[in-house]
Design a protein around this ligand. Structure first.
Ligand code: ATP
Length: 901
């Protein structure tokens, strides 16, 4: 409370800091030691040993453990110890998977954790909010989520939304003056900004006074248990399905046991086999593997610069049918360069590259000296005064000889940077202009107003307002025009002339900025933008190029082939937008361009009627994006929508996949999003969609593999019992198959590469079940075949050696293992095993090799033979095994291929 009443100096003194220089790195480290990291304690997490114990809480595993204990007591030591060992190994595997999934989810959280702009030793820099300490001097701007409790030192039209603290959703106007209030409630502390609240407008500077649990937010932290769901719809569905599968598996194993006992088998042996079969057949590992597959996919996405904030988005990505993308920075490079200038009837061209401040001015093709062009000078200098960007230099070493070269880097908005660079080409530096003109006030740019203005005072004490912004908007506020150094009335013929120039520049894909001004009367005060930005004198136009990102055109084409439409939404002029959209292949033959002002007058229902024909939305305010999302969704689309500003947040939230920009995006947009592009690039959305489709397919692949394997295992036992045969597999063999043959390759399938045509298929319907597209049939038919060939191999061997049951069981065991290990390659393709190179997935080849080697050890290594009830097989038996094992996949797949041809 004491902060409210303090002056700036008092605040500085009490937290031992200086506004101009901030804290030093050394001091920050010291304070971090005293105050701790700036974060709220999150809830308790489950300790590792509990996670480990959880692996064994499954009912059937407990029954198996009990059964093993009994068999141990009965003297079957080897069996008991081996089964225990296998269960333990299974538990460890489950534990490792779960931990891995948890770790990668934690890493995700860290990646999207907020940063703050801090003054450290006089240099403004972005640091992780956790590293901010009391005494840090921080800057906050529109769109920021404030990361600590701050006493404001300056505020510029600063409005903060504090609903997370006070419940009040109307943003509060903030200022920096000392307050007299004795016991002001949080909502009344207008010179403070609190952790967790967000800046909706303006900017400000402040001093951090409290961090971490000491903040107002920290005091109520226990109330804020995060309710963010980490379970995807698919995981949820699988959990439900798992229950049904367990019931079926239990029913079938009970059937195996009952028939076995009825056929005269020993009750104890049947019980142990039955329980083992149940443990093997119950897909208890499914949810964990799904999580691992999702987590691994998410890791791959991070490598492609897409950060998933909400896991369910991974699945939805595969269903996306429309991408609504911002233009500037996402489709284009956001490296603006002014190439044309117009004022008072003259059109200049400027040469030069990027932010390098050198270039020549030409008028009608003839080089001119900017010093001689008064109108040009005024236009350029005003463009640089009404501006917050600045150009900095950095020396870099290049080439083999490490030659030093100066590189220009921009600090600020690229549109403004372009204006600064253009002015520098004519000799105006930001410092020089700041010297001549003192800024009194600023009305910051916002995408809805599409203008920015400053009030400045010159050396002679004259004040005036300079406005820059979208030309059509600025034009509507101008009543006079500066022409040939004269201020004239803005007649309709002059207007037509200017509009012609705007169209001309825009149709060349140039972003055009208009500049206007007005001298202020002696005691005129303007506290709101609308009071200042009126009755202006039109000065001229600056047109800048913003080249498309080279990789975007290809990505848009790829999306189209994948049945995904790309729509451009931009605040830019209709003609600028159309020109770039055409170049990128977004605006098709017959496609429509809808303008913001038309859009404003339409209802969602109106828009629904034409939304499928619109390729480009121009001069749109962020607020209108929500309407576009709703209309598209009403047409049944799954919409991905990009955004960066505060006003984009509602649309990002409403979209099926909300995408925020990692570089230019505000905290508010990021928090509303489910995906962040760390490079702001459209091509990254395409990669993420491709990965999303692949992750889903991979999950289907291992569900297919695991379930077909389980069906095979149950059917071998069931058929054998029904046919009155001896047991084809003993308990330990079943458990071994469950651990090695089912486990490893299934995980490797989760890391499989995308099948060649994933981006040539139409988007998946979100209503599609996991087993759609014939998966049930594939699982049942392959499972049945695997069971049948195993039983056949068993029967043939038993006929040949009626007295050697162990030999026949070994053959059955090896056939089942090999049939599954061949079948796993079939699961990689929607079509057949012949559609893909089997060696492509190195993990899978490795997993299969390990499984084969372990199996060979089990049957040939004499000490293991009694443990696993096996004997060494000879050549003829191997031929039988391989011949039989190949039938379900190689032979049937070949047959299918032949039929298709
Ligand atoms: P996109 O929507 O394609 O990403 P954008 O978000 O950059 O584009 P806005 O920032 O809303 O679009 O800009 C809309 C218009 O406002 C621009 O076409 C330009 O004319 C004008 N404008 C952009 N930046 C500024 C600025 N800093 N000052 C004044 N006017 C600006």
């Amino acid at each position: 409370m004491q902060w409210l009443r303090m002056t700036t100096e008092e605040v500085e003194r009490s937290v031992r800091t200086k506004i101009e220089t901030g804290l030093t790195e050394k001091e920050v480290q010291k304070r971090l030691g005293v105050y701790g990291a700036n974060k709220l304690d999150d809830g308790k997490r489950t300790p590792a040993f509990l996670v480990f114990l959880n692996q064994f809480k499954d009912f059937m595993v407990l029954v198996l453990l009990a059964a093993t204990l009994i068999s141990g007591l009965l003297g079957e030591y080897i069996d008991a110890v081996t089964i225990m060992f296998i269960i333990l190994l299974n538990g460890i595997l489950g534990f490792v998977q779960e931990r891995k999934a948890e770790k990668s989810l934690d890493a995700l959280k860290e990646l999207s954790s907020p940063q703050m702009m801090v003054n450290r030793s006089g240099v403004w820099q972005k640091v992780l909010s956790t590293q901010v300490v009391p005494g840090d001097v921080v800057k906050v701007t529109s769109g920021d989520r404030i990361g600590a409790d701050i006493r404001l030192i300056s505020a510029n039209g600063l409005r903060v939304e504090e609903s997370s603290l006070t419940g009040e959703s109307v943003p509060v106007q903030k200022h920096a003056s000392p307050l007299d209030a004795k016991d002001a409630s949080l909502g009344d502390q207008e010179n403070m900004a609190f952790m967790g609240t967000m800046v909706t407008q303006g900017n400000g500077v402040g001093v951090v006074v409290n961090t971490g649990m000491k903040t107002e937010m920290g005091k109520i932290a226990h109330l804020l248990q995060s309710t963010e769901s980490l379970v995807t719809p698919l995981q949820h569905k699988l959990e439900q399905l798992g229950k049904i599968l367990i019931a079926i598996a239990l029913l079938l194993t009970a059937l195996v046991v009952i028939i076995g006992v009825w056929q005269g088998h020993d009750v104890y042996t049947m019980f142990l086999s039955g329980v083992s079969l149940a443990v093997a057949a119950i897909p208890e590992g499914l949810p964990a593997i799904v999580t691992v597959a999702l987590a691994l996919g998410v890791q791959r996405m991070i490598k492609r610069r897409a950060i998933v904030r909400k896991l369910p988005a991974v699945e939805t990505l595969g269903c996306a049918s429309v991408i609504c993308s911002d233009k500037t920075g996402t489709l284009t490079q956001n490296k603006m360069t002014v190439t044309r200038l117009w004022s008072g009837g003259k059109l200049w061209e400027v040469s030069g590259n990027g932010y390098e401040p050198s270039g020549a001015f030409r008028l009608a093709g003839v080089e001119v000296l900017p010093e001689r062009e008064r109108a040009l000078q005024q236009l350029l200098s005003y463009g640089a005064i009404c501006n917050n960007a600045s150009l900095m230099t950095r020396s870099i070493k290049q080439g083999m000889l490490r030659k030093e070269r100066t590189e220009y880097v921009l600090d600020g908005d690229p549109t403004e940077g372009a204006l600064v660079v253009a002015a520098m080409k004519a000799g105006y530096s930001t410092e020089g202009l700041n010297d001549q003109y003192t800024r009194v006030m600023e009305f910051p740019f916002d995408s809805a107003r599409k203008m920015m203005s400053v009030i400045v005072k010159d050396k002679k004490g004259r004040s005036f307002i300079i406005t820059k912004g979208a030309p059509d908007v600025v034009l509507s506020q101008c009543t006079t025009i500066s022409y040939n150094q004269q201020t004239e009335a803005f007649t309709s013929s002059r207007r037509t002339e200017v509009e012609g120039v705007i169209s001309n520049l825009s149709s060349k894909a140039l972003r055009t900025i208009a500049i206007a001004y007005r001298p202020l009367k002696a005691n005129e005060v303007c506290s709101q933008p609308f009071e200042a930005e009126r009755q202006l004198t039109f000065l001229g136009l600056e047109g800048m190029i913003d080249p498309p990102r080279p990789e975007v055109k290809g990505s848009i084409l790829e999306c189209r082939e994948a049945g995904i439409k790309t729509v451009m939404i931009t605040g830019d002029h209709r003609l600028t937008a159309s020109a770039i959209a055409k170049e990128l292949g977004i605006l098709r033959e017959g496609g429509q361009v809808l303008e913001g002002r038309t859009l404003k007058q339409m209802s969602v229902e109106d828009l629904e009627g034409c939304v499928d024909d619109v390729d480009v939305y121009a001069r749109v305010s962020p607020e209108d994006k929500l309407k576009i999302v709703k209309a598209l969704q009403a047409r049944g689309h799954i919409v991905a929508m990009t955004g960066d500003g505060v006003n984009d947040a509602p649309a990002i939230k409403a979209a099926n996949i909300g995408i925020a920009m990692g570089i230019t995006g505000t905290d508010v947009a990021k928090e509303a999003s489910s995906l962040i592009l760390s490079d702001d690039n459209f091509a990254t959305i395409k990669s993420a969609i491709k990965e999303g489709r692949n992750i889903y397919e991979n999950i289907r692949k291992f569900i297919r593999y695991m379930m077909a394997s389980n069906v095979g295992e149950i059917l071998v036992m069931l058929f054998a019992m029904m046919l009155g045969m001896p047991l084809p597999l003993v308990a330990i063999q079943i458990l071994w198959i469950n651990l090695v043959t089912d486990g490893l390759p299934a995980m490797a399938l989760g890391m499989d590469q995308a099948e060649g045509d994933v981006m040539k298929r139409a988007p998946r319907s979100p209503r599609e079940g996991v087993f759609a597209r014939g998966l049930t049939w594939k699982i049942l038919s392959r499972g049945f075949m695997i069971g049948a060939v195993t039983l056949a191999a068993f029967w043939i061997t038993l006929e040949a050696h009626p007295e050697e049951l162990i030999r026949a069981q070994t053959v059955a065991f090896v056939t089942l293992v090999m049939a599954q290990l061949i079948h796993v390659f079939d699961c990689r393709s929607e079509y057949s095993v012949y559609h893909r190179n089997p060696f492509e997935n190195r993990y899978l080849v490795g997993a299969v090799l390990i499984s084969v080697l372990l199996m060979i050890a089990v049957i040939y290594y004499p000490p293991l033979q009694p443990v696993f009830h096996t004997v060494a097989l000879d050549m003829r038996e191997w031929l039988l095994v391989l011949g039989m094992a190949a039938i379900p996949t190689v032979v049937l797949g070949g047959f299918q291929l032949f039929k298709r041809r």
